[in-house]
Design a protein around this ligand. Sequence first.
Ligand code: TYD
Length: 203
Amino acid sequence: MPARFISFEGIDGAGKSTHIDAVAKRLRDGGATVLCTREPGGTELAEKLRELVLHSPMDALTEGLLVFAARRDHLHKLILPALARGETVLCDRFTDATFAYQGAGRGFDTAVLSQLEQWVHGHLQPDLTIWFDLPAAMAAERRAAARKPDRFEQEAVDFFDLVRSGYQARMNSAPQRIVRIDACVNKGAVWSQIVSALEARQW
Ligand code: TYD
């Protein structure tokens, strides 16, 4: 089975977590060896960086540098070796999140982010990115029921409107790779869209 790299994206409250588990199950049932991981995080060092990014006040460049530092460690220790073994890697967020949150959300220069992207992973991109899209106000309602918010989850609806536009811009620049899922609908209807995206690739 060929190696596959799939990332999952969306604003906080879009509801991606449960669907990642379901995708893992579906692909395992189809015979794949699946590694589930997340960003920032996935390795001991990157998880420490995650803790800082999510809870310590810092400016957008520092945030961007830390998420890319975490990503480099994650790629070299976990993602690339797994792909080299022919495994399927499911990653809860990847570089599109940096363009959406630090770029569009914080207003940081996307040309600098593109340079960091090039340094950290060259031409490597996920084979497929599943983007859970919904209006920021609806995501805020969903988040209201959730646990104690981190630095990003505390942001206002306006911030998530910008993050959402950042994801749209990434999709416009890579329409073959990024599939938009309408996440406003119920769980079953979201799942059907994901299955269609996988089936379109004969996965
Ligand atoms: P998230 O993936 O939503 O995890 P959880 O479901 O446990 O809350 O949280 C990660 C947060 O990190 C999210 O708010 C977005 C942010 N983030 C960035 O700002 N930039 C990045 O490059 C990445 C990968 C995440």
